[in-house]
Design a protein around this ligand. Structure first.
Ligand SMILES: [Zn+2]
Length: 302
């Protein structure tokens, strides 16, 4: 990896580019699909967005390819989640900073009280910040300001896009809170493959249980499966959920453990946790992903 990084930097420094003129489109490289969707929405046709990760890709385990490093080294701006979500890219972002690339970590946009503290994770914070719509609104506002700084000639354009998106997020919040109301508070128990939904749980009043920890790099142990299967039986949980970016086997093992104790739990469907759906589907956008998740959860637990 170090050799590839050094090679790409050498290439970049040979071809140092002059400053851009007003009409040139800026290239922004993003990491997760949620971030790609956000930057495309705010940047519109004034920026070219190149996402590193596609649908179903797990950001905890993602390693940069040689192609990614070339993309990053040519970017005018790099936007990533931070808080150690992209655990295998930390060194890459540090290197990009050291060659003068502008990087933005969305986690840094949030005030302390909007971030969930977690001793168990490398950053000491839960990195799944997009599952709070409040957070996504704060991030939208900050991103509008940052893009305006990068291209002041288009600041009003970004502002307009940002305002329309904030209105869409407010509508989404109202719609989803109404949907969640269909579920009595005692049935709001969300068991998933890994611990991605704490922000969601806090905002929509769910008790959230993840089989793996905050990162999918931590495998679930036999003890975890036993403990959570007992919890499912005691609380009469009707359904548990697989995630599109995590192998199904751990959740299936949990279902089997419940069955081995003479009880039953359904797999309630697939949730989009750390990646959006296909760009051709409604779930390929943040708004569509959130709506799909809430409908899947509520319909399976009712
Ligand atoms: Zn995760």
């Amino acid at each position: 990896m170090k050799k590839i990084i050094a090679f790409v930097f050498t290439m970049v420094c040979i071809g140092c580019k002059p400053a851009k003129n007003n009409n040139e489109v800026y290239t922004i490289v993003t990491t997760t699909t949620m971030i790609t969707d956000l930057v495309k929405t705010i940047g519109g046709d004034k920026v070219a967005v190149k996402g590193m990760m596609g649908a179903g890709v797990d950001p905890h385990l993602y390693k940069a390819s040689a192609g990614d490093l070339t993309k990053l080294s040519k970017a005018d701006l790099i936007v990533y989640n931070g808080l150690h979500l992209e655990g295998k890219l930390v060194e890459v972002f540090e290197k990009m900073n050291s060659i003068g690339k502008t990087t933005l970590a969305l986690g840094d946009f949030l005030p302390k009280e909007q971030v969930i503290h977690s001793e168990a994770f490398a950053s000491a914070h839960d990195p799944h910040i997009w599952f709070s719509i409040k957070n996504w609104k704060t991030i939208t506002l900050k991103l509008v300001a940052e893009l305006g700084k990068l291209q002041p000639q288009h600041a009003a354009y970004f502002q307009e896009k940002g305002n329309a998106y904030l209105a869409a997020l407010i509508r989404l919040e109202v719609e989803l809170k109404t949907k969640v109301e269909e579920l009595p508070i005692e049935q709001r128990i969300l068991v998933t493959a890994h611990d991605a939904f704490s922000y969601f749980g806090k905002e929509f009043k769910f008790n959230v249980v993840g089989l793996q920890g905050l990162s999918t790099a931590t495998e679930a142990g036999v003890k975890d499966v036993q403990r959570i299967s007992n919890f499912i039986i005691e609380n009469k949980v009707k359904a548990i959920f697989v995630e599109s970016s995590v192998p199904k086997r751990t959740v299936e093992a949990l279902q089997a453990a419940v069955a081995s104790k003479g009880s039953k739990v359904a797999i309630g469907g697939e949730l989009f946790s750390d990646a959006l759906g296909s760009p051709l589907e409604e779930t390929g956008t943040y708004v569509g992903m959130f709506r799909s998740n809430v409908n899947t959860i509520v319909d399976a637990l009712k």
